[in-house]
Ligand binder design. Sequence first.
Ligand code: SF4
Ligand code: SF4
Length: 392
Amino acid sequence: MKPDDKSDVYIIDLGGPDPELEALREAVGRIFELTGTRVADKDVLVKPNILAPVPPEMHVTTSPTLVKAVVDVVKDLHGHPYVGDNPGGVERNSLHTAEVTGIARASGGHFRNLSEEVVEVETSCRFTDKFVVSRFILEADVVVNLPVFKTHMLTTLTGAVKNCFGYIAGTNKARLHLAAFSRGRFAEMLLDIYELRVPDLHIVDALYFMDGNGPTHGRPRPLGRLIAGRDGLAVDAVLTRMMGLDPMQVRLFQKAAEREEQGKKPLGRFRPEEIRVMDGEGRPVEVEPIPDFLLPSTIGVSIEEQAELLVELGSLTPVVDEDLCVMCGDCAENCPPEAITLDPYPVVDASKCISCFCCAELCTEGAMEVPSGRATGLFDRMFRQSEGGQGS
Ligand code: SF4
Ligand code: SF4
């Protein structure tokens, strides 16, 4: 990254949220061309978001048509594609999740179970001395990251950087949630994970985006766009502005700025003046906030802030909706501090809960409800009325 240069982000309009495969191939080919991404004779990991075994119509996971378009373009450019991700949750079967989401089929025989072979990588991260990472990720010559544009109850946005949490295999995700249990710590750790293997290209699936309480049970809405660039932080900053937020209101960018102050290598640019935003023809465009974008109800509520306001306003401990719960036990199995017991429905021990919202994220039934910071008045106190933003 040249220190005096800007990062380019492209907003490609597909004219609707369900384009034909050929239109997506054309758009993806154009993105490779605009970004100068070369893949000939290279092993190319196509890294979608395969969070949970839910059908593509929920728009939780990357569009299978987009995955197919990227695989096709890589092959057309004489690259050797393979597709994979580590799903959320403990020991969740990667192939099964990819089959339910339509991504295994879209991969056209190029799917790989990333969880099969893992390596331990030493890190200077403050919260762990090693990351357990899929070997195929580290061995790829080129990584093409395919996040979905979604909100996230813990991280506010799940985009290019957050999608790289999928580098971490199996049970280790829960261990890291526990080790970096606040929003600030988790954001700092996400940057450390992103740094393990900074992707070469990011193409964000914004054919549909999700607002509200993402990343699983928010509100899918049509947009019909791809947001792309080689700098993941710049791409995420543009998504954040589309959400109607200033990037510096979000922990990820606050931590990225802290890294710079500490003299660490910058991982990307995120301030508006550092980013050039263009359309598919390379013409400058303005970043327009999406009308009526619904932010997560948890926004503005960090663990640190909760500690101060718990007594007055109550905590953000999830509660189960027994009408929706099928008593599968996934939430208990995936709760990092083991705060959930089944009796027979899940019961959360508030004294152990770290408000990571993994239970809500991974419950395929949408049965784990997250109390709203807004409902308690916390949202107004900590976000709207605060100068200089919030603790996302
Ligand atoms: S809340 Fe969801 S994940 Fe937990 S037991 Fe019920 S259905 Fe399963
Ligand atoms: S109960 Fe849910 S929000 Fe609380 S620590 Fe467990 S997984 Fe995280």
